[in-house]
Design a protein around this ligand. Structure first.
Ligand code: MSP
Length: 496
């Protein structure tokens, strides 16, 4: 039995879920669903990142305690993901006691091993990023490169993590294991950064209160990133359940956006090494969803509401669009216009139409029962190689390729019906029956491949075509005869 452990970043709760965070969630969910389909044991973990200055400030602005604030805002994320059919197995909130225990245990271990020391820190800090910047990284020598707002100078006595000691080991890790970071451009970015040389990093704050206490020095709390990354261990029982930990760690796949690559691919494996555990196996790095070329984020305020899209059309429509929009790892411009276009072309026309054609034709002319699936023979749909290619694409974390292969089967199905034209024939002759049987099987395979992207519609397709829940991921002849179901249009066309 293969284990598949996948995580998302845990989201700051100072705003609402938006299309960018939904994008991370939907990608991870699709991979989790794909591996469940393969029969793997899956652990899919997401959550909320609830400490840090930014959140303490948001609570103060809203006139409530930080805990009240995060209870309220974290719930909004959990509910939003429910509405997008995100099938997480665990939801980590960093303010939970189980997480504080893991953080304290893990960082105490690093401290005991001599990789944490005390020193004075002076630096330029962006509150929105919760990160210090070098002067050379600022825009106009003053503004945060991500948020475009001035950074502030902060000075405090901190504990430091001896990151520099892990420079060589990290380079060796990635040189000997280039598949550890997907896509490859991000691997080169990390290696380039490592080759410039690492400096130690400050990991605690004494100026704020809202964080996990440093167990050996109560006047300090851990810096938010240093507590947040550890959620990946909280979920697998680090320090509390050795059996669970050994089962899932280190073969984890961390999905994250390119803006938080260094935290994940540099700091985090170094921390693991310092604590004496193996570094995480793989990072899946997404690009950004852009609106008119700009990143959408809570701080910039140019949001598109994923929940509005999901309730206007369907969660499947949003999921399909985001997974299909562009290659995994690349930036992509998104807009409602292109969403409607893709929805109408792929889902309403190609997929939805093909399903209603097969069902309607079989009902009108074939006695309402499912046409038999013939032997694959000449494979006019090209289903054999397309399914194989789609399986490899999902396994290689390339949702848009997998979707493209499934849609190629669907398009071939429509083309076959247009060639045979069963609707022009008085009754279903052998040629029509062969075509309908092929299309029915092609749709089954396409629905299976598409199920991580459009779980609701896929289940509906299988049931309307008279298939059982779990079939093989390859062409499977069967005698037909099952009852068909007409149903309402799967993806009603939108007119805007
Ligand atoms: N709390 C940290 C993560 C800690 S993980 C140990 C954080 N949170 S976040 O809410 O700001 O962002 C979470 C994720 O959303 C990041 O991976 C980020 O890349 C992603 N996105 C935010 N805006 C995005 C887009 N416009 N497009 C795609 N993803 C984007 O960072």
């Amino acid at each position: 039995m293969t284990n598949f452990y996948i995580t998302t970043p845990i989201y700051y709760v100072n705003g609402d879920p938006h299309l960018g965070t939904a994008y991370a969630e939907i990608n991870a969910d699709a991979f989790a669903r794909w591996h469940r389909l393969l029969g793997d044991q899956v652990l899919f973990v997401t959550g909320t990142d609830e400490y840090g200055l930014k959140i303490a400030q948001a609570a103060a602005e809203n006139g409530v305690t930080p805990q009240e604030w995060v209870d309220r805002t974290s719930e909004r994320f959990r509910r939003a993901w429910g509405k997008l059919d995100i099938s997480f197995d665990d939801f980590i909130r960093t303010t939970e006691p189980r997480h504080a225990r893991t953080v304290q245990e893990f960082l105490s271990e690093i401290h005991r091993r001599g990789y944490i020391y005390k020193d004075l820190y002076v630096g330029l800090y962006c509150v929105s990023c919760e990160a210090y910047y070098q002067e050379s990284e600022l825009v106009n020598g003053r503004d945060c490169p991500v948020h475009g707002r001035p950074v502030t100078e902060m000075s405090e006595e901190n504990y430091f993590f001896a990151l520099s000691k892990f420079n060589d080991r990290l380079i060796e890790l990635y040189e000997s294991n280039p598949g550890a970071i997907i896509p490859e451009t991000r691997l080169h970015e990390v290696l380039g950064f490592l080759r410039q040389g690492l400096t130690d990093v400050s990991i605690t704050r004494s100026s704020i209160d809202w964080g996990v206490r440093v167990p050996w020095d109560e006047g300090h709390v851990f810096y938010v990133w240093y507590d947040a990354l550890i959620n990946y261990l909280t979920a697998v029982g680090y320090g509390t359940s050795q059996g669970t930990f050994d089962r899932w760690w280190p073969s984890v796949h961390h999905l994250l956006g390119k803006d938080i690559l260094r935290f994940h691919a540099v700091w985090w494996p170094a921390m693991c090494m310092a604590a004496g555990i193996d570094p995480p196996a793989q990072f899946l790095v997404t690009g950004w969803m852009l609106v008119n070329g700009e990143k959408m984020s809570k701080s910039l305020g140019n949001q598109i509401d994923p929940l509005a899209v999901a309730s206007e059309l369907s969660p499947d429509a949003l999921r399909y669009y985001l997974l299909r929009a562009n290659g995994f790892g690349l930036d992509g411009d998104v807009s409602m216009e292109s969403l409607y276009r893709v929805y109408n072309a792929d889902l309403a026309n190609d997929l939805g139409n093909l399903l209603s054609r097969v069902v309607a034709l079989s009902m009108q002319k074939g006695g309402g029962v499912a046409p038999a699936v013939p032997e694959i023979g000449g494979d006019v749909l090209g289903a054999g190689p397309l399914v194989e290619a789609a399986v490899s694409a999902w396994n290689a974390f390339k949702p848009n390729d997998a979707i493209e292969h499934a849609m190629a089967i669907v398009r071939a199905g429509n083309a076959l019906l247009e060639r045979v034209e069963p609707w022009r024939r008085p009754a279903l002759d052998p040629e029509s029956l062969d075509a309908l049987g092929r299309v029915r099987e092609g749709l089954r395979l396409a629905a299976a491949i598409l199920s991580p992207a459009i779980p609701r519609a896929s289940a509906e397709i299988l049931s309307r075509l008279g298939f059982g829940a779990r079939g093989e991921l390859r062409w499977t002849p069967e005698p037909g005869g099952a009852a068909l179901e007409k149903g309402a249009p799967l993806f009603p066309r939108v007119v805007k």
